[in-house]
Design a protein around this ligand. Structure first.
Ligand SMILES: [Zn+2]
Length: 288
C-alpha cells in the first residue's frame, strides 16, 4: 500500500458514535455500523453512574487500581451489565499485557477475570459462542471491535500504543480466519474512544518508529516541544485493518478522545490518577 492509496482509503473510513445514558447516569458509547447488526450487542463504558469515589469516581472497571477494594469494582461491573443487558456470568475478560496474543474463548471460559481466575496473558479475544460476552479494559488505549456477519464470529482487543505498533489488529483478523474461516473482506471493524492524534505526544524517536513501521500513513506530526512528536494511532489502527484485508468502507472510528471528553477516564489526561473503562462485544443470536 502506498501513501496515495492509504489516504484515499482513509477518506472512506466511517466516523462517529452514539451515546446513551440511563436514569442513573450509566453511559455507553457505540459505533453505528455495529448497532446496525441485529445479531450483536456492543458498547464502551463511560465513567459515570458507578459507586467508586475520589479520583476513581465513579464507574471504575479496572481491577488493577489498588486503592479500591475488588468488591467495589465488581459492583460497578454489575451496574454496567445491568444497564447494558449483559448477563454478568457471561463475561470473559482479557488479561492484557500490551502484547499481541489473541485467544479463542467459549462458554467454558465464562467468568474468567471476574469470578474465576483470569485467562492467560492476552490482549485479544475471539469467539463464535453467543454464551459469552467479550470484555477488554481501557484507559487511553484503543478498543478494536471486529464482527463477521457471514460466519457470525466476533473479536475484541485492547490496543495500547505497543499493541498497535505490533499490529494486534491484524492478529485478531488472522485469528478469525484461522478459527472461523472468516474472509477479511466480510469483516466489519471499529475503534472505540481513545487518545487522539492531537493529544498523543511521544518522544520524537518513537514517532519516527511509527512512521517507519506504517510508511503509507501520515501518522506523524511535529511536536510543540523540542524532541517530541504526535502520533495518530487511529491511522495506525486503520492501516493495520486494511493490511489484514478489511475493506475501508467496513471500518469506522468513534473519534472520541479520552483525554478531551470528560465522560471518560484518561490515563494521560488525569495524570495517571484514574480509573478504567471496559469495551464489550457479544453475539445476541447467530440466527438473526
Ligand atoms: Zn485528544
Amino acid at each position: 500500500m502506498n501513501k496515495e492509496d492509504f489516504l484515499s482509503s482513509w477518506k472512506l473510513v466511517g466516523r462517529g458514535y452514539r451515546y446513551h445514558e440511563n436514569d442513573s447516569g450509566v453511559g455507553s458509547f457505540t459505533l453505528p455500523a455495529f448497532s446496525e447488526m441485529p445479531w450483536l450487542a456492543h458498547g464502551f463504558s463511560a465513567r459515570t453512574g458507578g459507586i467508586s469515589t475520589g479520583h476513581l469516581a465513579s464507574l471504575n472497571l479496572s481491577f488493577t487500581r489498588e486503592e479500591e477494594p475488588r468488591a467495589v469494582t465488581m459492583e460497578n461491573y454489575r451496574i454496567f451489565c445491568d444497564a447494558e443487558g449483559i448477563p454478568v456470568e457471561s463475561m470473559v475478560m482479557d488479561a492484557y499485557v500490551h502484547g499481541t496474543t489473541v485467544l479463542r474463548v467459549d462458554r467454558n471460559d465464562r467468568g474468567k477475570g471476574y469470578t474465576f481466575p483470569p485467562l492467560p496473558d492476552c490482549d485479544g479475544l475471539v469467539t463464535n459462542d453467543p454464551a459469552v460476552t467479550l470484555m477488554t479494559g481501557h484507559a487511553d488505549c484503543m478498543a478494536f471491535y471486529f464482527a463477521d456477519p457471514h460466519t457470525k464470529s466476533i473479536g475484541l482487543c485492547h490496543a495500547g500504543w505497543r499493541g498497535a505498533f505490533d499490529r494486534i489488529g491484524r492478529e485478531v483478523v488472522r485469528k478469525m480466519l484461522q478459527e472461523f474461516g472468516s474472509d477479511p473482506a466480510d469483516i466489519v471493524a471499529g475503534v472505540g474512544p481513545s487518545i487522539c492524534g492531537n493529544c498523543f505526544e511521544v518522544d520524537e524517536a518513537l514517532g519516527r518508529d511509527f512512521a517507519d513501521a506504517f510508511p503509507a500513513t501520515d501518522c506523524l506530526m511535529p511536536g510543540k516541544r523540542p524532541g517530541k512528536a504526535y502520533v495518530d494511532l487511529w491511522m495506525i489502527a486503520v492501516s493495520q485493518f486494511m493490511e489484514a484485508g478489511v475493506l475501508p468502507k467496513h471500518i469506522s472510528l468513534m473519534g472520541v478522545c479520552t483525554v478531551e471528553d470528560p465522560r471518560l477516564y484518561s490515563y494521560r489526561g488525569d495524570n495517571r490518577q484514574t480509573g478504567g473503562m471496559a469495551a464489550y462485544l457479544r453475539i445476541l443470536s447467530p440466527d438473526v
